[in-house]
Design a protein around this ligand. Structure first.
Ligand SMILES: Nc1nc2c(c(=O)[nH]1)N[C@H]1C(S)=C(S)[C@@H](COP(=O)(O)O)O[C@H]1N2
Ligand SMILES: [Mo]
Length: 176
């Protein structure tokens, strides 16, 4: 479990930004960004559903407004401590309930659940809800993240039961 060291922590947005530069928030800067609340479930692909969490955090869409992507950006890679990652279509990332969450049910996210910041993507399987987030990479070509490289579905819609890569329809995976 990654240890949270506020002095060393930062959140970066890099890759295909509109300005070609990268964006960075220190912990105090990030912790001051305006938050919203979202009530949503979390669906793990193999195990559990955690219903009715009250998440509070920075909308992913707000971050994208603060760090504008180039027009050619189609996907993001969300990076965590220790190299875990998940890829998302940009439209899934900026969907209304997607948060970089700092709180759950009124408390700071617990260390094992992603302290200080985790992604919450209520409309996709849990492995896309990256804990211990440190960076967002803007992509102009889709690329598989940690579990997507290891046989999980590239999109991961739980309502369509998109669990495994072999279920992918043409066009749902990255170009090969
Ligand atoms: N960095 C990181 N994020 C991660 C994971 C992980 O192993 N590392 N596991 C994912 C999976 S498979 C699920 S179901 C959820 C579980 O979130 P929870 O531990 O808060 O219940 O976190 C996701 N985010
Ligand atoms: Mo999971």
């Amino acid at each position: 479990m990654p240890r949270f060291r506020p002095q060393r922590w930062d959140l970066r947005v890099y890759g295909a930004t509109e300005s070609m530069g990268e964006y960075r928030w220190s912990w105090p800067e990030f912790d001051e960004l305006p938050r919203v609340e979202v009530v949503a479930d979390l669906h793990c692909v193999t195990k559990f559903t955690l219903p009715d969490n009250r998440w509070s955090g920075v909308p992913a869409a707000s971050l994208v407004e603060l760090a504008p992507p180039a027009p050619s950006v189609t996907h993001v890679m969300v990076w965590a401590e220790y190299g875990y990652s998940a890829n998302l279509r940009i439209d899934d990332f900026i969907a209304p309930k997607v948060l970089l969450a700092t709180h759950r049910d009124g408390e700071r996210i617990a260390p094992e659940h992603g302290l200080p910041v985790r992604l919450v993507v209520p409309h996709l399987y849990g492995w896309k809800s990256v804990k211990w987030v440190r960076a967002i990479e803007y992509l102009t070509v889709d690329r598989r993240g940690f579990w997507e490289e290891r046989g999980y579905h590239n999109l991961g819609d739980p309502w369509a039961e998109q669990r495994y890569a072999y279920q992918e329809e043409p066009g749902q995976g990255p170009p090969r």
